[in-house]
Design a protein around this ligand. Structure first.
Ligand code: KIV
Length: 271
């Protein structure tokens, strides 16, 4: 029997076992109780309380503005809903770069106040001191390399990363460094599929891709993108499983029309 069919609670250990057994890991984002409950009951392995909440929940252009308090608010709601999946919380921009003591206290706040299981940080050698210190407190850390949206102003664009040899080499070195320090998994975003496959085969920890091809240990998407709630964002890697924007809009238009034409409520819908 496949591991995902028998585990009652997904842990970092389960993810390692899944990699060993070559079972793919399915990960999605969630930021609130109701959606987290649905995706957990559907059988998702990992729920990421992503800082993409800054875009899809708060309407900011980038992930930079979201605060630690806001991430904690979202994570608490998700934790109340999820019974099976592993819950990872993004550490927001400015809470772990450049100061490992502040990084540890931010990670401790996330763990203590939300009840989530792990944190995720973006970057390699630049943040390794923070990663090391967070891990020293027994907090599991997921790495994130490739396109790291918190550095968007440094990159200046959301194009595919690590196409050039030098950047690819640094990414491979960073991936190994994060594994050696003790990260339990790694996200690779928007990099060439061959490079992602190389990293996944060289590392023992699970590598989860987003725009990183098929030959990694699992996939992650932003829920609002794969459900078609967001309209303007359509990179090549995004598969839309639904057009929820149109569904919701259609339902709301029907409701408005029913209210205006006295079709709602009817006799059975009143006391
Ligand atoms: O914040 C987020 O949703 C993420 C995913 C894109 C991996 O980091």
């Amino acid at each position: 029997m496949a591991l995902h069919e028998i585990v009652r609670r997904v842990t970092t250990h389960v993810l390692h076992e899944m990699k060993l057994k070559q079972e793919k890991i399915a990960m999605l984002t969630a930021y609130d109780y109701s959606i987290a409950r649905i995706i957990d009951e559907a059988g998702i392995d990992v729920v990421l309380v992503g800082d993409s909440a800054s875009n899809v929940m708060a309407g900011h252009e980038t992930t930079l503005p979201i605060t630690l308090d806001e991430m904690i608010y979202h994570a608490k709601a998700v934790v109340r809903a999820v019974k099976r999946a592993l819950i990872v919380v993004d550490m927001p921009f400015g809470t772990y770069q450049g100061n490992s003591i502040e990084a540890l206290s931010s990670a401790i706040r996330i763990m203590k106040e939300t009840g989530a299981h792990c944190v995720k940080v973006e970057g390699g050698s630049e943040v390794i001191e923070s990663v090391d210190r967070i891990l020293s407190a027994g907090i599991p850390v997921m790495g994130h390399l490739g396109l790291t949206p918190q550095s968007i102003h440094k990159f200046g664009t959301y194009v595919v990363r690590a196409k050039e040899e030098k950047e690819a080499q640094k990414l491979v070195e960073d991936a190994h460094m994060l594994e050696e320090k003790g990260c339990f998994a790694l996200v690779l975003e928007k990099i060439p599929a061959d490079l992602a496959a190389q990293v996944a085969s060289e590392l023992k920890i699970p590598v989860i891709g987003i725009g990183a091809g098929l030959n990694v240990d699992g996939q992650v998407l932003v829920l609002h993108d794969m459900l078609g709630i967001t309209q303007e964002f359509s990179p090549r890697f995004l598969r839309r499983y639904h057009n929820l924007y149109a569904e919701i809009k259609g339902a709301v238009e029907s409701y408005i029309s029913d209210v205006r034409t006295l079709e709602f409520p009817n006799e059975k819908e009143q006391y």
